[in-house]
Design a binder for this molecule. Structure first.
Ligand code: G1P
Length: 285
């Protein structure tokens, strides 16, 4: 129900919407232009990154200068372009919709559901790896083999200390036929060549136009090199309720103004829960 009438990208973690974490990660990587591929019901994303002069002047009049400044910083964060995906035909199609705005340059793809917690950020590291190798980069993470069916999964070559060469990849395989458990998570740095296979528009897994299939075609039909970049920070899958709750707790705990109070509250709750269960409190194990 939370996203029935609102864009899921606008769900807040503590006090910022998921989409803002994604844009901040891009900006920290030196990316200057952000293209949002949006659809029906996503207008609030545009409003979020827009100037709201009336609101800002009201805040200034009330002496809330800090909040007015924060609001202005959000809207000045990056140059933004909005592209409308008229039908939800899949991630590959969403990327294809951005082709004119991207042009003939390498570009990053960020899926804001995957909130990545790393310093430096995932996209920044992958951009450096792209610049060093010229190979498109896919962020990967090993997942429980039972869960590979929720991801694009790579067939990795030998690890070179930083990346794996990608020999092939398959979208949402059944666990029994998955080439590995190294799963693609929501960060990519891609060569603009990917628009060639995407232009064919063939549907793949789940009847959707899959980015994974276009990436496989880059290897098979275009002889391009792809590398998988193991992500080493913490990833919160905010598309799942549990992942979203974990993100709230993690990002809440590190907030100076209430982090220690939240930690005290959690400790107390865990102690009570352990006592209720007749088990030892967590802190005494
Ligand atoms: C998409 C991609 C999939 C990738 C995943 C990461 O799937 O198609 O290859 O592993 O994002 O979050 P979705 O989550 O949109 O089903």
């Amino acid at each position: 129900p939370a996203t029935k009438a609102m864009a899921k990208e606008m769900l807040p973690v503590v006090d910022k919407p998921l989409i803002q974490y994604a844009v901040e990660e891009a900006v920290a990587a030196g990316i200057e232009q952000v293209i949002f591929v949006t659809g029906r019901g996503k207008r609030s994303i545009e409003d979020h990154f827009d100037h709201q002069d009336g609101l800002e002047s009201q805040l200034l009049a009330k002496g809330k200068d800090d909040l007015a400044r924060v609001y202005r910083e959000v809207s000045d964060m990056a140059e933004v372009i909005y592209v409308r995906q008229k039908q939800p035909l899949g991630l590959g199609h969403a990327v294809w919709c951005a082709r004119h705005a991207v042009g003939d340059e390498p570009f990053a793809v960020i899926l804001p559901d995957d909130l990545m917690d790393a310093e430096p950020g995932a996209i920044g590291r992958m951009k450096a790896a792209y610049e060093a190798s010229g190979a498109s980069q896919l962020a990967v993470e090993p997942v429980d083999p039972a869960d590979v069916g929720s991801y694009g999964v790579i067939d990795p070559g030998p690890f070179n200390g930083e990346t794996y060469p990608v020999r092939g990849l398959v979208e949402k395989p059944a666990p029994a036929v998955a080439p590995s458990n190294q799963s693609v998570i929501g960060r990519y740095i891609l060569s603009p060549k990917v628009f060639d296979p995407l232009s064919k528009g063939g549907a793949g897994a789940g009847g959707e136009i899959q980015l994974t299939d276009a990436l496989q075609a880059l290897i098979t039909d275009f002889g391009e090199a792809l590398q998988a970049y193991p992500f080493t920070g913490a990833r919160f899958d905010c598309g799942s309720k549990l992942g979203y709750l974990k993100a709230q707790i993690e990002f809440g705990l590190r907030r100076g103004e209430f982090g220690s109070e939240l930690a005290d509250y959690l400790r107390q709750r865990l102690t009570e829960t352990a006592a209720d269960n007749g088990a030892q409190p967590v802190s005494q194990r």
